[in-house]
Design a binder for this molecule. Structure first.
Ligand SMILES: CC(C)(COP(=O)(O)OP(=O)(O)OC[C@H]1O[C@@H](n2cnc3c(N)ncnc32)[C@H](O)[C@@H]1OP(=O)(O)O)[C@@H](O)C(=O)NCCC(=O)NCCS
Length: 386
């Protein structure tokens, strides 16, 4: 089996594998997929596994950026991992994902994220559950009356507003010290803001993207971010203003979204959770790029065992100070906290050390746990699926 980046024309070979793995693909959808795949193909981000000239598996590495405690960290987002049905059950996906991981390192992504259809495959290569995309439902009427006393200034956003949307969304995630959301660039927004099916509104410090839901009388909020209570109230009230024709609002939100604390009644039902997994690809770079709480100052030895990326393996000193983290090679320390690649991913994502210890993902000096917990505390979520 030969695993390598696909040449541009070879994208056509992936259609059959993808259709047999993810469902029917119309000609129009395929044309669009081919068009949007061009930059990935040119950058060697679309991998194929070949048996002779036959393509038997494919996967793609999206060039993305993800917020971690209010700082944007470069990340390789894995999508479209698929093996031809007749080749499954003999380790093809595992070999493919090992190649994907090596390619992520080559491309210089400190982190990698994926939405798993099944966990063991990814766990075996060091990805671990880190967060989820959360969907809740609530009556539109509960939002209608949330508006602030004074109307907020808001305008319908179109493709020409892409740069403003980038800035507003960025400011909101950075100020909230969010972990997990994707930091989309202007090109993403220019396309989305041009689609008639999405209703987008821009305020000075907030952005709303919603549409009609898939079920009757339902509105679907894809993204609502705001930097102030007033804007938050104003934007949710715009969604709620549809209550005469849409009884229910389904919204993708953080489980700590401030809207949940604004509602008068306990009207919110969790309806769906789409988990995602994280892999720390380059440990020192990932720590240096992540945000940390400014009030936390720690210095603690950390031993990492990373069977698939040996550059991460070894004895390190982890320092967090003034909101910045550093991982530097250090002499072995018998009191060091010890993690493998999965433990490191879960720690990075803010899973509490008490949980990691009891699930076998963290060992070593128990006293270091409080310091690690304070430094990495996070409640990662996602507002996107890929
Ligand atoms: C999921 C998929 C990629 C697995 O491909 P594969 O070549 O059969 O996988 P491998 O043989 O390399 O198996 C790797 C590990 O995953 C496990 N695994 C494979 N398919 C699985 C499934 N459907 N459910 C649970 N575990 C599965 C294997 O048991 C193995 O774990 P083990 O070594 O602990 O036994 C393939 O079935 C597929 O393309 N499915 C449709 C598309 C899809 O779901 N893609 C994943 C998107 S995230």
């Amino acid at each position: 089996m030969d695993i390598r980046p696909l040449a541009a024309a070879e994208i056509e070979l992936t259609r059959r594998v993808r259709a047999r793995s993810f469902g029917r693909i119309s000609d129009a959808d395929w044309a669009e997929a081919v068009r949007t795949a061009q930059p990935s193909l040119a950058a060697g981000r679309y991998l194929g596994a070949f048996d002779g000239t036959r393509l038997i598996a494919t996967a793609r590495i999206h060039d993305m950026t993800q917020w971690w405690n209010g700082r944007a960290v470069p990340m390789g987002g894995i999508g479209g991992m698929a093996v031809a049905p007749e080749e499954r059950g003999r380790g093809v996906a595992r070999r493919m994902m090992a190649a994907v991981l090596a390619r992520c390192a080559e491309l210089g992504h400190p982190l990698s994220v994926l939405f798993p259809a099944t966990s063991p495959l990814y766990r075996s290569l060091g990805w671990e559950h880190a967060g989820a995309q959360h969907f809740v439902e609530l009556p539109a009427e509960a939002l209608r009356t949330l508006g602030p006393a004074e109307r907020i200034s808001v305008r319908q956003a179109g493709p020409d507003d892409a740069d403003d949307v980038v800035a507003v969304v960025r400011n909101a995630h950075a100020a909230a010290r969010d972990s997990g959301p994707i930091d989309w660039g202007a090109e993403h927004w220019r396309i989305l803001l041009g689609e008639d099916d999405y209703f987008c509104y821009l305020a000075e410090d907030g952005f709303l993207e919603y549409r009609w839901g898939d079920r009757e009388e339902t509105l679907q909020v894809e993204r609502l971010v705001a930097g102030s209570e007033r804007t938050l109230r104003g934007l949710w009230a715009i969604v709620g203003s549809g209550s005469s024709t849409a009884r229910t609002v389904r919204a993708c939100v953080s489980p700590q979204d401030p809207m949940l604390w604004l509602l008068r009644e306990q009207a919110v039902q969790p309806v769906h959770r789409e988990p995602w997994m994280l892999r720390v690809v380059d440990a020192p770079a990932a720590i240096a790029a992540r945000g940390f709480p400014a009030a936390v100052s720690i210095e603690t030895p950390l031993h990492i065992d990373d069977a698939d990326l040996p550059a991460n393996t070894g004895d390190w000193l982890l320092t967090v100070d003034k909101g910045q983290g550093r991982l530097e090679p250090a002499p072995a320390d018998r009191g060091a906290s010890r993690v493998d690649a999965r433990g490191l991913a879960a720690l990075y994502a803010g899973v509490p050390p008490g949980t990691l210890r009891r699930s076998g993902l963290l060992a070593g000096d128990a006293a270091a746990g409080d310091a690690l917990a304070a430094a990495f505390a996070a409640a990662p979520f996602s507002l996107d699926f890929f």
